[in-house]
Design a protein around this ligand. Sequence first.
Ligand SMILES: CC(C)(COP(=O)(O)OP(=O)(O)OC[C@H]1O[C@@H](n2cnc3c(N)ncnc32)[C@H](O)[C@@H]1OP(=O)(O)O)[C@@H](O)C(=O)NCCC(=O)NCCS
Length: 417
Amino acid sequence: MYLYGASGHARVIVDMLSASGLKVDAMFDDDVSIKELMSIPVRHHWQGESPIIISIGNNVTRKQIAEKLNCEFFTAIHPSAVVSPSARLGDGSVVMQGAIVQSGTSIGRHCIINTGASVDHECVIEDYVHVSPKATLCGNVHVGEGAWIGAAAVVIPGVKIGKWCTIGAGSVVVSDIPDGAIAYGNPCRVRNDGKHCQPKKMGRIAIYGAGGLGREVAGGIERINKAGTELWDFVGFYDDGLPIGTQVSHYGSILGGMDELNAIQEPLALAIAIGTPQIRISLVGRITNPLITYPNLIAPSFRVLDPKTFKIGKGNIIQDNCSVTCDIVIGDFNVLNGSNALGHDVTVGSHNVFMPGVRLSGEVIVGDCNLMGVDSVVLQKISVGNNITLGAGSVLMTKPKDNATYIGVPAKKFNYE
Ligand SMILES: CC(C)(COP(=O)(O)OP(=O)(O)OC[C@H]1O[C@@H](n2cnc3c(N)ncnc32)[C@H](O)[C@@H]1OP(=O)(O)O)[C@@H](O)C(=O)NCCC(=O)NCCS
């Protein structure tokens, strides 16, 4: 028996299984820093082990993992739970300590009926629903896919709760709730426009470049998906330097090179994960297939002080912990590779690569195809042209010449002879 997800929720499932005499052999978790939980080893590469329970409380993440794993899922009921013989329970669902599921109720796949929850007669609970501890669903309630019913909420008979809703803890739901709503209170009322918690399906995405940056971008896509507002379907990597089928870490495999990319027959979003500006620009020029689009992949931790004055083009990759202030313009196909800070009135052209820790002071203008090294700084009002390389840790204090390398503090033109 295996669990996917090594968190607090997994602890409860370990106890549940152990009460039925079942032992968990190992857990899986994407977080490589977790090595064990409750003395059970935690692995980081799933290789088909089953049966498995996805022990993750977040409904969006549980769905993403379920769609990735092609295996047998285990359905678990704690011995203290009461489940009617006429109730149906889908694969991978769990009914926890003291919960009650009454006659004629149907529960979908990968649902959580949490501690002491009560689901009365003839309810229909769709896939990936979480009914939190002590929540009470009266008879004939319908709960849509992915909805989260908060702890101790009460839903009166016959109410329909939409897909991917959140119902606040302690709410009393007396009327239908539309898809995607966040609703709470007694009586329970919708508090948002119904869009907030429904992840937007973004479609298929691939990465060109299967090196270190490629893996970082793949991890970034996973992070975006986990945040729950956008949901990408990552299909794999394109790279002209590796044979088709080569596995790239645990993210996916090589689907082909430029020829295969230009031959695809269905729409595909593409992230270009190459760290050399000149190669980035030439790659974009070689992609001729009109089915390929270039979204901005922006880490959920990205902070924009003034969204009203922020402008951004397409094909940009913004990794974790970057921040920009006000009146910022970013062109196309740039990489901000983590912890970059851009001050007021900064304009960035296209195809630039900023390594981690780059800081641009106020009113800096950056042209195209520049590479800024780790922790480099450009002082205020400097205008950087095109094809500059700024060395790691350098501080650029005067306007540089195009097509040159600058290093040091203050940064000086570097002659290779
Ligand atoms: C509904 C919920 C998701 C809202 O979270 P949120 O968007 O972060 O909301 P905030 O905490 O910012 O609160 C916003 C306002 O709503 C109120 N509010 C939040 N949750 C509420 C609830 N369940 N009932 C009544 N009012 C609630 C807050 O008091 C606050 O009011 P204010 O603006 O007058 O100060 C959350 O509060 C909740 O109830 N989650 C369920 C937790 C749970 O059951 N977990 C079970 C784990 S197994």
